[in-house]
Design a protein. Structure first.
Length: 439
């Protein structure tokens, strides 16, 4: 699983993560798939635990517990403990050890309180940048909310990781060219030197961006959306809690024409992004001349409520192949209404935010052929939807025997006789290893 994830082979199936591929193709639930992926990634750097697991002497439950705290410095000690402890006892030991580590790493509370801050701004490339620092108890509230949303987004398949990964190479090449292929600079030109240093920093930051950090960004947006939704429910003037996007009618229809296309505060957006937002939103038409508004129409829905209900009843989940998302779905006009497409069921389909973005901004395409929806990659090849693979237990046994593994009922049973586990001694030993590793 770790090697499959490292090669990003799951992206060839147009899945959004390796966990989604495991869920789709191997019949695992999303939570189980995510846990298998976490354990697989951890085992890459834990050869002793990996050997015990390969030989069947450790169960998956034991390995799952060990990989939450195992490091190269304490791996050998943990292996000895696990040989004499069932999974439940290991889970208790892990919880106790992690609590002891956290207690040891507490810092001065007053210093943390004095350094609290939050800043945000639009960067030169239009990105919205957030930077901040909170006290632990405040951060715990934010973290808990983000983790809950991250887990839900992963389970629903909302994140657009592979779709972004496919374009990341081009972006990194551009950033790398800015950072390292520029001509020799005059070191006295401080501005040019600083621009090159900034380009290098953006290059390395982009390389360090992970699927987890992108999912946290998705979770933060969902958190803000939930807060705005709550405010709209409690406040009479709900328009104050909506994000406004403005676009000229000519620009909405034709990308080549220059006109207004962006957010209320002036930040620009590509017309295709606004078309995606316009698939399923509130619309207000305004007539203006020379910058002066002459008439403002009534607010309408791009997808009327009755049609939206029928669409949800028909589709129920994101229709992109392999996607299991059932929440935060958006109605997509296959032939956009700005180009004359009708708002009727035959021209609509439900997509999750990630796949809606893929169809509009990443070059993917979808077409309806009778009752069937067909999806195509940017290169024009069709995305097939094969039946999920099934496992045959007889084949699994044969493969184990070929590998020299004789798995029986006693293989992963620990050398434990039901006596009470002494967590104090165990955690003290582990903390000693932890202190040695940190020194």
């Amino acid at each position: 699983v770790a090697e499959y994830d490292r090669r990003m082979a799951w992206a060839d199936w147009d899945c959004k993560s390796c966990a989604q591929w495991l869920s789709w193709r191997c019949g695992l639930g999303m939570r189980a798939a995510r846990e298998h992926l976490r354990v697989a990634r951890s085992l890459v750097d834990l050869p002793r635990i990996q050997r015990e697991f390969e030989a069947g002497r450790f169960s998956f439950s034991q390995v799952r517990a060990l990989t939450r705290v195992a490091l190269p410095d304490n791996e050998e000690h943990l292996v000895e403990l696990a040989r004499s402890a069932p999974a439940e006892q290991l889970e208790g030991m892990v919880r106790a050890f992690r609590g002891a580590v956290r207690a040891q790493e507490l810092n001065d509370a007053k210093r943390r309180q004095l350094t609290r801050h939050l800043t945000y701004y639009f960067d030169e490339d239009g990105s919205f940048v957030i930077n901040g620092r909170l006290s632990p108890e405040e951060g715990a509230v934010i973290k808990k909310a983000l983790q809950a949303l991250e887990s839900q987004l992963e389970e629903e398949g909302c994140s657009a990781e592979p779709l972004e990964e496919k374009h990341a190479v081009e972006i990194l090449e551009d950033l790398g060219e800015q950072a390292f292929n520029t001509p020799e600079l005059d070191q006295r030109d401080s501005r040019a030197v600083q621009e090159q240093e900034d380009a290098r920093q953006r290059f390395f930051d982009s390389q360090m961006t992970s699927d987890y950090s992108r999912r946290r960004a998705d979770a933060l947006v969902a958190l803000a959306g939930a807060a705005l939704g709550d405010l709209r429910e409690r406040k009479r003037n709900s328009d104050r809690y909506q994000v406004m996007v403005h676009v000229d009618a000519t620009t909405l229809v034709n990308d080549d024409l220059l006109g207004r296309s962006g957010l209320d505060d002036g930040a620009s957006l590509p017309p295709e992004t606004i078309r995606r937002l316009g698939c399923d939103c509130d619309i207000v038409t305004a007539l203006e001349r020379d910058g002066e508004i002459l008439n403002v129409g009534r607010k309408t829905r791009s997808i009327p409520t009755p049609i939206r209900r029928a669409l949800e009843a028909r589709d129920r989940w994101c229709k992109f192949p392999g996607c299991t998302n059932k929440m935060r779905l958006e109605g997509h006009h296959m032939h956009h209404w700005a180009h004359g497409g009708e708002t009727k069921l035959s021209n609509l389909a439900l997509l999750c935010p990630a796949h809606h973005r893929a169809v509009h901004e990443y070059g993917y395409d979808m077409r309806r052929d009778g009752a069937e929806l067909k999806f195509f990659r940017p290169d024009g090849s069709r995305i097939d939807t094969p039946q999920p693979a099934t496992s045959n237990p007889d084949i699994v046994v044969a493969l184990n025997q070929q590998a020299g593994l004789d798995i029986d009922a006693e293989t992963s049973v620990p050398d434990w006789y039901g006596d009470k586990w002494d967590y104090d001694i165990t955690v003290s030993d582990l903390m000693r290893d932890h202190d040695i590793g940190m020194s």
